[in-house]
Ligand binder design. Structure first.
Ligand code: C2E
Ligand code: MG
Ligand code: MG
Ligand code: MG
Length: 290
């Protein structure tokens, strides 16, 4: 009967929800141990100059290597950790590993490029991000200009006041501040008006347009960012056509599978080991007073 089918449906729905919750509970229960066991690994995805394909920097992206489940992507566990508060601990760990990495490279005289890390919206409310980050670069004596801080546009919706203050303080200290996922939310223009940042990273969904109007808007945004003295980088670049279009409208930098996927630390080190692979033009903007 209709009624029976209805209840069967409900039962199935409940089972899958319960299953998901069980898995979430399981991941949350083992996160602490996993962190001390070194299961959270830093992956590096290069940011490239589209004029020559050379590497101008990289973003650190976390991967959870679970001994039984294999690799777990951040899309699965970051939202969980943002809900239960573990993200502050994980991000502090990732930031410290990143600063340590920079320190080691510099100390051994090897090639180095600026590296970015992500800051979660909940980090901003639940801990003193400024204190943690300045503490780390002081502990390891690393130039804050080598550390780019990615703050996602969506955090701006509920945390605008905090983010305006935080980004200004971080920039004054000497860090590079980057607005991540630009164009993905509803507050894009307000962000540009209110926030001081060095780099604007266009969201990959922004690129998904075939029509003329959409392309005109992308072009206008690139102009606007440059007008405001920002470096523009586009993420999610996968195709030659996208590279051609972005170069034509004056966007120089890209991060995307077209150039490189996120890779293990050793692969990244090998890649930048060759000085010819590095885009030293990046130093121009790092020393610019913008
Ligand atoms: P995000 O910061 O916007 O990072 C860019 C995401 O786009 C990464 O996904 C990257 O692998 C992916 N991507 C880059 N190029 C391409 C491309 O050409 N095509 C496609 N389809 N994807 C591309 P990932 O590594 O899965 O990370 C997802 C999100 O998780 C990140 O988005 C960031 O918000 C968050 N996340 C990752 N690592 C961390 C971390 O250490 N801390 C915090 N708080 N968040 C992190
Ligand atoms: Mg990011
Ligand atoms: Mg992004
Ligand atoms: Mg994103």
């Amino acid at each position: 009967s209709i009624k029976r089918n209805y209840f069967q449906h409900v039962a199935v729905f409940n089972d899958s929800v319960r299953g998901k919750m069980l898995e979430e509970q399981e991941l949350l229960g083992i996160a602490e141990q996993a962190l001390s066991d070194g299961e959270f690994k830093l992956y590096f995805q290069p940011k490239c100059n589209m004029n020559n394909g050379k590497i101008a920097g990289a973003e650190v992206l976390v991967r959870w290597w679970h001994p039984k489940k294999g690799m777990i992507m951040p899309g699965v566990f970051i939202p969980l950790f943002e809900k239960n508060g573990f993200i502050e601990k994980l991000d502090t760990h990732i930031w410290e590993k990143t600063v340590q990495w920079l320190k080691t490279r510099i100390a051994s005289g090897e090639n180095v490029v600026p590296i970015s890390v992500n800051i979660s919206r909940t980090d901003i409310t639940n801990m003193d991000v400024y204190l943690v980050l300045t503490g780390l670069v002081e502990k390891y004596a690393v130039n804050p200009q080598l550390l780019e801080l990615e703050i996602t546009e969506s955090a701006y919706i509920d945390k605008s006041e905090e983010i305006i203050n935080l980004s200004a303080k971080l920039m004054d200290y000497g860090f590079i501040v980057l607005i991540d996922d630009f164009g993905s939310g509803y507050s894009s223009l307000n962000i540009l008006k209110d926030i001081k940042a060095n780099i604007l990273k266009l969201d990959m969904r922004f690129l998904e347009t075939e029509n003329k109007k959409g392309k005109d808007i992308i072009q206008a945004v690139v102009y606007m960012g440059r007008w405001l003295n920002m470096i523009i980088i586009t993420e999610g670049v996968e195709k030659q056509e996208q590279v051609d279009f972005l170069r034509k409208i004056g966007c120089t930098y890209a991060q995307g599978f077209f150039y490189h996927r996120p890779m293990e630390q050793s692969a990244f080190e090998e890649l930048i080991g060759n000085p010819k692979s590095i885009d030293y033009a990046i130093n121009n903007y790092l020393s610019d007073d913008n």
